[in-house]
Design a protein around this ligand. Structure first.
Ligand SMILES: Nc1ncnc2c1ncn2[C@@H]1O[C@H](COP(=O)(O)OP(=O)(O)OP(=O)(O)O)[C@@H](O)[C@H]1O
Ligand SMILES: [Zn+2]
Length: 292
C-alpha cells in the first residue's frame, strides 16, 4: 500500500509517501505560504503517484466535524488566506482516494500510538511545546474530538512564584502557551530558548508550567503514556525536571506504578522522534483506507 502523508505546519509543510508499516520512503518540505500556492506545491508533489490513501495532520484550529460545511478547513487563523479555505476539498478534487484529516497534534498522537512510544497501549497524550503549545489525545483506541477538538495549549496555569512575565498569549495572557511556548521563553528572558544554558532558572520555571499541564492531563484523562515533543523539548534536561514536578504536584494521589516508580518510562520524548507528525499522517491515511 502507498500512502501520502502531509504534515501541514504554520511555518512549513512536509509531504511524504510511506507504507502500512510506518516506513516513510521519501519526503519533501516547503514553506507555508498562501494556501493556493502551498497546496499547488502539495498537488505537484503527489501527482502521478499511485496512492491508495492520504492523511493530513494540520495546524489549527480546524473543523473536524464531517457533517459541517467547513469540514476540512482551518478555521480562525491569523495566517493570511487560510481561514475557511477549502484545504481538504482542494486535494480531494485532484486525488480520488480516501482521506484522513485531523489536527497536527492528534495526528502525532496517532503516530505514536500506532508505531511509537504508545504502541499497543490504547491511550496517550501528545504535547508539542514549540512556537505554540498543543496536545493531541488518543483514548480508548481513537482520537478524541468533541465540540471541536482539544485545545490543551491554552489551559490556565498557576503562576510560578518568581515569574513576573505578563504572558504572551493574545487571548489569555498567562495560559500555558502564553507562559511556556518558545516565544514566551524568549520574551521573558530576552534570549532564545536554544541560547539559554541548561542550568538557567528558565528551565525550572518551564518544568513548573509543563508539569502543571501534564498533571491536569493525568487527572482528567488518565493516559497510559505522556509524550512531550516540539522544539523546546530539545532541552533534554527538562524531562527529569518535569517528571519530578508532576510527582510533586500529584503528591501521591495517583498511586499507579508508572508514576510512583517508573515515571522515566511514562513521561517520554516521541518514540518516532521528528517523524511523529509524518508517521501519524501515514496512520491517518491508513485508517481512512481501512474504513472506506
Ligand atoms: N534547542 C532548543 N531549545 C529551546 N527552544 C528551542 C530549541 N529549538 C527550538 N526551540 C524553540 O521552539 C520553537 C519552535 O518550535 P518547533 O521547532 O516545534 O517548530 P514549530 O513547528 O514552528 O512549532 P509548532 O509546532 O508550535 O508550530 C521556537 O520558539 C524555538 O525558539
Ligand atoms: Zn492562550
Amino acid at each position: 500500500m502507498l500512502i501520502g502523508a502531509i504534515e501541514a505546519g504554520g511555518t512549513k509543510f512536509i509531504c511524504g509517501v510511506g507504507n502500512e508499516t510506518g516506513v516513510i520512503e521519501e519526503r519533501v518540505s516547503f514553506p507555508t505560504e498562501h494556501p493556493e500556492r502551498t497546496l499547488g506545491n502539495v498537488i505537484d508533489y503527489f501527482r502521478g503517484k499511485q496512492l491508495d490513501a492520504m492523511g493530513i495532520g494540520s495546524f489549527g484550529p480546524i473543523d473536524v466535524d464531517p457533517k459541517s460545511r467547513f469540514y476540512g478547513c482551518v478555521t480562525t487563523t491569523p495566517k493570511a488566506g487560510w481561514s475557511w479555505f477549502p484545504f481538504l476539498d482542494s486535494l480531494k478534487q485532484v486525488f480520488d482516494v480516501p482521506f484522513g484529516w485531523d489536527t497536527d497534534v492528534n495526528t502525532a498522537a496517532l503516530g505514536e500510538a500506532t508505531w511509537g512510544a504508545a504502541q499497543g497501549l490504547g491511550s496517550c497524550i501528545y504535547y508539542t511545546i514549540g512556537t505554540g503549545v498543543g496536545a493531541g489525545v488518543y483514548a480508548e483506541g481513537r482520537l478524541v474530538h468533541g465540540l471541536v477538538h482539544p485545545e490543551a495549549g491554552h489551559v490556565l496555569t498557576r503562576r510560578h512564584k518568581d515569574d513576573h512575565f505578563a504572558g504572551a498569549c493574545p487571548y489569555h495572557g498567562d495560559c500555558l502557551e502564553g507562559m511556556a511556548a518558545g516565544p514566551a521563553i524568549e520574551k521573558r528572558w530576552n534570549l532564545k530558548g536554544s541560547e539559554l544554558p541548561a542550568d538557567h532558572p528558565a528551565w525550572e520555571m518551564e518544568a513548573y508550567y509543563i508539569g502543571q499541564a501534564v498533571t491536569g492531563a493525568i487527572l482528567m484523562l488518565s493516559p497510559k503514556k505522556v509524550i512531550l515533543g516540539g522544539g523546546v523539548m530539545h532541552q533534554k534536561q527538562l524531562f527529569p525536571m518535569i517528571r519530578k514536578e508532576v510527582q510533586t504536584q500529584l503528591n501521591g494521589y495517583v498511586s499507579a506504578e508508572q508514576i510512583v516508580n517508573h515515571i522515566e518510562d511514562y513521561i517520554v520524548p516521541p518514540g518516532l522522534g521528528d517523524n511523529a507528525g509524518l508517521c501519524g499522517a501515514l496512520a491517518l491515511g491508513l485508517k481512512a483506507a481501512n474504513t472506506d
